[in-house]
Design a protein around this ligand. Structure first.
Ligand code: GLN
Ligand code: ZN
Length: 771
């Protein structure tokens, strides 16, 4: 019998109940027991949905109040000193949340002995997803002991409702590879100290009545560092010995195992899960090396995207596995990865265009697809004939939909020439033309685009969206905000003002809403970190720009001042990266379509006399594939798309780009190849360390290294900004440096932004006097 399995279920709640509860708890409006009750109810709801969908292996222990990596670290005693945990006993919520968010100076923290200044752990992206995990800090002093057994508790919780679940653990090798080891220790050297904690967890899980445990080792789809292979062998030997009665399913996802495939199957595990959406080609190799007793878990339903599965194709792949070895192969069918990365339930999207809605599947719908495929495998195609023909019908409808395939877009794409990706002249010539036109001082002062999204700004936008504020009144209000901000920038002496982005809800959504080919959900929330969620837009058809998107506001802003106004756009790679992208054509093709739409906007801005245009690409680095071998191809097309969007302007029009949360060492060649006249980056927090890549590479164009960390409410004074800037001056030629904050100011209040930008201008004066 094929087992229908799931690897992980969304935990935020269909109506973001976890978010609401967490925020109420943090604000002191909800007691701890109510928060825990909410969490328990969400888990029970998830189990019920999965049972009803026909899932046999329902995951447990995949839930986390904030983050599953943090939860793992806390359960294993991987907690640095200074967070109120004494090295023994369970970890309090005060400690958990202090690690997650930094201490807030609450009474609970004081009671737990957590110093008010305890900072949050670092946060970083979970592989190539938009989920962020907290990076555990480990070292030779880490106690590594089982402080509680959330997995055994989760099994018991399921058992109490008659549901035998499969607990999910982040495996020990991936756990260490994802951690930050202190004092230069190789994290893998800590494995022998860590394994007993895992062994104890597995014994508890077996005692609680589980038959299977899922141990995720997503690092197996990445380029492994030296020593990892030995660590895997040692770790899984220990795990298998710890609880011999427990079946271990090794979870791998987000790509193919490639050279690590023989290793994965050689480990003493009862089964291996494969991501066959990202890497269907690995099925044959897996069938070759899998032991005859080993279970294969086929990840056939896309856990990373929201498209309905092509059931016929998926079933075909599953049948290939089933028919091998005379039909004796033990199989599971599952999503490609945890469903954490897709929204809960499509049924809530009542307003979505029906044709599009038919093509989608969120977590709950994907579970049904999994169950159908398992049934089709066991009982034959006829048993799921209706579902197959419905799937065929939707696939055909999608293929034939004229809204998906716009001949004008195809023609334009086909006609795009390589010349369109290059500015007329190299940077040096452009810089001269720009200098003559703009007449900017040394170290020009600018900001990254957005100003505070105050209560009033958001209210005006919301009222307009609801039809409570008519178009004219809304425009008047936006113009008032713009005029106020431009007058202020002029008065304090900002050299390159911006309009402030008051009209934008979100840097991707704002553009997506004005482009053909994009759609939006109402409840399509996906956890980004902790209580934070995003609802990515859906790119479902060819993208084009029916009308100018920002022109009206930028033109108005420029009309108010003699200073060169900077127009603000979101770049094609970021538009792609922060959306659910159609899967019927390559990502590169979608990105080129967006690039052409942005290109039109850039040209319109230029035509309207906007002399400087910034094309933000904060997500440029995020798109980098997990495997080094795949990176050149990505960088090739990502750079080409940016250039396609930017290169349509004359020499004297200055193109800026902006990137935050980026490291540049391994992509600096590509950054230079983007050939923006000016790039602004986030360097304040790292005290200019991130600039190293640019100096090393002798980056040829202009740079604005951020001197104000906008993530913190602290306002640095002019002297502090100047001294930070001098670090940059020591590394780069002065005539190519700009002065700006790390990122946009939308999350800050005017009480911080006003003095900070004034200090920025003061710093510029001091620095110019020194030059
Ligand atoms: N222009 C955007 C802003 O200022 C850039 C945001 C970002 O980089 N994340 O808000
Ligand atoms: Zn930014």
């Amino acid at each position: 019998m094929t087992i229908a399995a799931n690897l992980g279920y969304p935990r935020i709640g269909p109506r973001r109940e976890l978010k609401t509860a967490l925020e109420a708890f943090w604000a002191g409006r909800m007691p701890e027991n109510e928060l825990l009750d909410t969490a328990r109810a969400l888990r029970a709801g998830g189990r019920a949905v999965q049972q009803a969908a026909g899932i046999g292996h329902i995951p447990s222990g995949d839930f986390a109040l904030y983050d599953h990596v943090l939860q793992t670290a806390c359960a294993l005693g991987a907690i640095p000193p200074g967070y109120g945990w004494n090295g023994e006993g369970p970890v309090t919520l005060a400690t958990l949340f202090a690690l997650a968010r930094g201490a807030r100076g609450t009474a609970a923290e004081r009671d737990a002995g957590i110093p008010a200044e305890a900072p949050a752990l670092e946060m970083t992206k979970w592989f190539d997803t938009n989920y962020h995990y907290l990076v555990p800090r480990v070292g030779t002093g880490t106690p590594f002991r089982l402080t509680s057994n959330p997995w055994a508790e989760a099994v018991a919780e399921g058992m109490a409702t008659g549901c035998r679940t499969r607990p999910v653990l982040l495996g020990p090798v991936s756990f260490l590879l994802l951690s930050k080891a202190e004092d230069g220790v190789n994290p893998l050297a800590l494995l022998p100290k860590l394994l007993p904690a895992y062994a104890a967890a597995l014994r508890g899980i077996a005692d609680a009545g589980a038959a299977w445990v899922q141990i995720d080792e997503p690092c197996l789809v990445t380029d492994l560092p030296v020593g990892a292979e030995a660590a895997y062998r040692q770790a899984f030997r220990a795990l298998a010995d710890a609880a011999p009665g427990l079946n271990i399913l090794l979870g791998t996802y987000f790509g193919g195992l490639r050279e690590n495939l023989p290793l994965a199957f050689a480990l003493p595990v009862a089964g291996v899960h494969l991501d066959l959406v990202r890497a269907p080609e690995q099925l044959d190799a897996a069938l070759e090396v899998a032991g005859s007793e080993q279970w294969l878990s086929l990840g056939l339903v896309d856990g990373r995207n929201i498209w309905r599965a092509d059931l016929r194709v998926a079933l075909g792949l599953a049948q290939r596995a089933a028919q091998r070895d005379g039909g004796a192969r033990r199989l599971m069918v599952a999503p490609s990865c945890s469903l954490l990365h897709v929204p809960h339930d499509l049924a809530m999207e009542e307003a979505l265009e029906p044709a599009l809605r038919r093509r989608l599947a969120f977590a709950n719908q994907k579970l049904r697809e999994v169950a159908l495929l398992a049934r089709g495998l066991d009982e034959g195609e006829r048993a799921i004939a209706d579902a197959l023909s419905e799937s065929d019908r939707v696939v055909g409808e999608r293929r034939a939909d004229p809204r998906v395939h716009d001949p004008a877009v195809a023609a334009r794409l086909a006609a795009a020439t390589p010349a369109m990706e290059s500015r007329a002249h190299p940077y040096a010539a452009r810089a001269e033309a720009q200098r003559a036109r703009l007449g900017l001082p040394l170290f020009p002062v600018t900001t990254i685009g957005s100003f505070p999204q105050t209560e009033a700004v958001r209210k005006a936008r919301a009222a307009h969206a609801k039809g409570k504020l008519d178009g004219a009144a809304y425009e008047a209000e936006m113009e008032r905000l713009i005029a106020e901000s431009v007058a202020w920038q002029e008065e304090i002496g900002v050299d390159v003002p911006v309009h402030g982005e008051f009209e934008r809800n979100d840097m991707v959504k704002y553009f997506g809403e004005q482009l053909a080919g994009y759609a939006f959900t109402k409840h399509g929330w996906v956890q980004s970190y902790g209580s934070r969620c995003v609802a990515p837009p859906i790119i479902w058809g060819d993208v084009s720009r029916p009308a100018p998107m920002t022109l009206r506001w930028s033109r108005y802003a420029q009309s108010l001042t003699q200073r060169p106004m900077k127009g603000m756009l979101t770049g094609p790679v970021t538009m792609l990266q922060w959306s659910f992208v159609r899967d019927d054509i390559p990502r590169e093709a979608v990105c080129r379509q967006i690039a052409l739409a942005i290109r039109d906007e850039v040209r319109d801005l230029e035509e309207a006399g906007i002399p400087i245009i910034q094309i933000d690409e904060p997500a440029f680095r995020e798109g980098l594939p997990l495997r080094a071998a795949d990176r050149d191809d990505y960088l090739r097309w990502a750079v080409a798309c940016f250039r396609l969007s930017a290169a349509g302007v004359r020499d004297e029009t200055q193109i800026h780009t902006h990137m935050c949360y980026s490291e540049f060492n391994d992509i600096i060649g590509a950054i230079a190849a983007m050939d923006a006249d000016v790039i602004s980056i986030e360097t304040a927090r790292s005290r200019m360390d991130l600039l190293e890549a640019f100096t090393h590479f002798a980056y040829p164009n202009e740079i604005g290294p951020g001197v104000w960390d906008i993530h913190s409410p602290r306002v640095p004074d002019a002297a502090e900004m100047a001294s930070l800037f001098r670090l940059a001056l020591a590394k780069l030629p002065p005539e190519r440096l700009w002065l700006n904050p790390d990122c946009g100011c939308k999350t800050r209040g005017w009480a911080e932004v006003k003095p900070a930008v004034e200090n920025l201008v003061r710093a510029a004066r001091v620095l110019r006097a020194e030059a």
